[in-house]
Design a protein around this ligand. Structure first.
Ligand SMILES: Nc1ncnc2c1ncn2[C@@H]1O[C@H](COP(=O)(O)OP(=O)(O)OP(=O)(O)O)[C@@H](O)[C@H]1O
Length: 299
């Protein structure tokens, strides 16, 4: 693992009677992409604000690149893309990014390259007021890239974007991580983060209830894999009798099996010979894991 860029230890935050964050510990190392998931109100934005130094903690500590949140060193190491990024409407994309480059002490000559990287070359000299939401998000991402931060905090970066733009945005996030940036992505779009992050962290009512790779979370949750067994001819009834599965239509039977039973069931099915025409395996998705960890629901 690379250098730890973000270290959150036992973070607590109370607002009036409400414990918004409670004993949250989370690390991010260089090049890691971490998804931060949780229901509305679980505390994701509060955690990001605390990392940015915008809201103080009631307990615990956070360090960003070895410095306190909000300090000059931490600010220089961090980039933040809010969900609804706001710019000067009357500036063009190029002018806005040039302004950022000056403020961040980055070479202005690189602005054109970053605009190109996020697909805004053609719109660079149009006013931001004429940009679509997706174009504003891209400009926000160009701003994040430009600072070459050690840590990037992205709050719902793909909300309101079309599928192609979402895909491109994640490709840029991947590149950023390859160059060494630790990326924390708050998201509700599970199918995206499932494929595009290294670790999944889940907040539930201010507590971190999961923080691991998708593989490990899957193993630990012990959720069943669904086998969809297609019968040959009219043999579905025989398969139901033999497996205890559920008939889903005239031809197919669904069988839920615990991870440790999967191979046994597959062997049993293959021993049934021609009766079975095909078997599709559906392992638990992040959506199932999310439900398991974020609601404490047991399957
Ligand atoms: N400024 C504030 N004053 C009082 N309570 C607040 C404030 N900001 C957030 N909260 C409360 O803190 C809790 C956590 O909110 P937070 O915005 O961190 O959640 P979230 O996980 O980011 O939710 P969402 O997915 O809806 O953005 C909520 O109960 C919210 O009502």
């Amino acid at each position: 693992m690379g250098e730890i860029v973000l270290n959150i230890e036992n973070a607590g935050k109370s607002r009036a009677a409400l414990q918004v964050l409670d004993g949250v510990s989370l690390n991010a190392a260089t090049g890691q992409r971490i998804a931060l998931l949780g229901h509305n109100g679980a505390g994701k934005s509060t955690l990001m604000k605390a990392v940015l130094g915008l809201t103080p903690l009631s307990a615990g500590r956070i360090s960003v690149a070895g410095s306190a949140p909000g300090s000059a060193a931490a600010r220089a190491a961090t980039a933040y893309l809010p969900e609804a990024v706001a710019f000067h409407k009357s500036l063009t994309g190029r002018e806005q990014l040039t302004l950022f480059a000056r403020l961040a002490d980055c070479p202005v000559a690189q602005v054109a390259g970053y605009l190109d990287r996020v697909g805004l070359s053609e719109a660079a000299d149009r006013r931001i007021g004429t940009y679509s939401k997706g174009m504003r998000q891209r400009l926000g991402l160009a701003q994040v890239l430009l600072g070459r931060p050690k840590l990037a905090l992205l709050d719902e970066p793909t909300s309101g974007l079309d599928p192609i733009s979402r895909h491109e945005l994640y490709a840029i996030i991947d590149e950023m991580a390859e160059l060494g940036t630790a990326v924390l992505i708050a998201s509700h779009t599970l199918t995206e983060v499932e494929a595009r992050t290294d670790r999944i962290a889940i907040l539930r009512a201010g507590r971190l209830v999961a923080d691991d790779t998708l593989e490990n979370l899957t193993l630990r949750a012990g959720l069943p894999t669904r086998l969809r067994i297609r019968a040959n001819g009219d043999a579905a009834g025989r398969i139901v009798d033999a497996t205890g599965g559920t008939r889903v239509n005239g031809m197919s039977v669904d069988l839920l099996c615990a991870p440790e039973r999967k191979m046994t069931e597959l062997r049993r099915l293959s021993a049934m010979g021609d009766v079975v025409a095909d078997i599709e395996m559906h392992p638990p998705r992040l959506e199932d894991l999310y439900r398991h960890y974020s609601t404490g629901e047991n399957h």
